[in-house]
Design a protein around this ligand. Sequence first.
Ligand code: SF4
Length: 475
Amino acid sequence: MRHRISASTFYQYLSCPLQLWFACYGDQKKKGIVSPIREQLFRAGRAHEVVVMRDLGISPVLVDCEDEQQAFQKTLALMKAGKTIYQGTLIDGDWIGRPDILIPKRGRSRLGGHHYTVQDIKLTTDLTDEHRYQLTFYTLLLERIQGIRPRYASILNGARKTIRFDNTEFLERFERTLTEIEKILAGEKPPPFLSGSCKDSPWFQACIQEAVTTNDLSLVYKIWRNEYDRLREAGVKTVTDLAHADFFRLEERVRHISSSRLARLQQQAIGLAEKTHFVIEQPELPVAAVEVFYDIETDVLSAPPLQYLHGVLVVRHGKKESRAVYKLFLVRNPKQEGKVWKRFCAFLNTLPKDAVIYHYGRYEQQVVADLAKRYGAPRAALERFSRMIDLSRIAQRCVLFPTQFYSLKDLAKYLGFHWRHKEASGLNSIAWYQEWRKNKVLAVRKRMLTDILEYNEDDVRATRVLKDFLAGVKM
Ligand code: SF4
């Protein structure tokens, strides 16, 4: 069977070549469930397109036929009539495309005295590689249909600005990628290459199992694709190969990887093989009588995203013992986001000046900056936020953990911490929050709220476990 090529084929290939292979040949029984929130995110993108077109006064003709051949015939008829078209379908052989907007331009083509160019609506600010492939694909598909290649395609970005793209210099790269894609569609299976984005993939369990079974080098945290290829070319194919290799011989055999980088990769591999961590730099953390562990939950489906929960674990260290109290600031109604934020800032103000706030990842810093801009914040709170400590940076810099990823979940689990909810995740928390707000049944609402709060509380408790570990390790 010949497989279709569409713009999303390029998207799949760019995010992971193996994911494309799985889509064509994978055992669908091994495919994990795609979170309903992901589906909603996709729909949110579609809703954004409609809003942007309405705001800009673009009123194209919508092609909404279910059957793709009918959709193509309708698109073709509209193209001949010179209309601006939304979600038209273009088909030629095994190529199929659904660009957001088809815009008529002057200049002869098979259609008559005009031809078409493509515009896609995106939430991002700049043109990405993914957009370049997508636009080039549509442009070449249009050329096959109308007999003339449009000079450029464009995106309408999140700021409602048009960014034009001339693909002349990109074509060679496009063709090379297309050749690789065609090999995969013909059945050639690429090896798994684990990266941070794998966790969102429905094939994660299948891939991690395969990587663990084969002891694949991609299990080494943050190994880059070119490093992976160079090591394999030098005969280092497994974590054990790398862990046991003689370093000086390895340095001679492996080209274009610096000695320091090679040493780090090898030490990471030794840690994985021996299931142990290595401290490579002494973490320096302040000593404070009061420590605050902070985590924010965001509903990314709201526009703008809604920060629906600020959760903190406040730890007060006494002479004999420490006391930890979890406090939450929940947005029960989106209109209260600013009010809850101000209550949270006021609460922070009640803590001693030298209390230290810890969080995991850059996200919290970005969100507090955004909320302070939107709703304001007392100077004292701003000063505290500017001193917040991101433990992910310290963990990455100072310790080599024997984990494939460095998410809070991976590290805290390695340190023995367990989340109460089996399906605890940021995406599920959004689903619980939405259910809690919508559902009328009291028992369901109660359960959802418990899940949301326990998940957030476990996150801040896990952050504390990591901080205590980092504060206690020695080189
Ligand atoms: S889990 Fe990772 S390597 Fe496997 S298919 Fe998905 S993205 Fe690719």
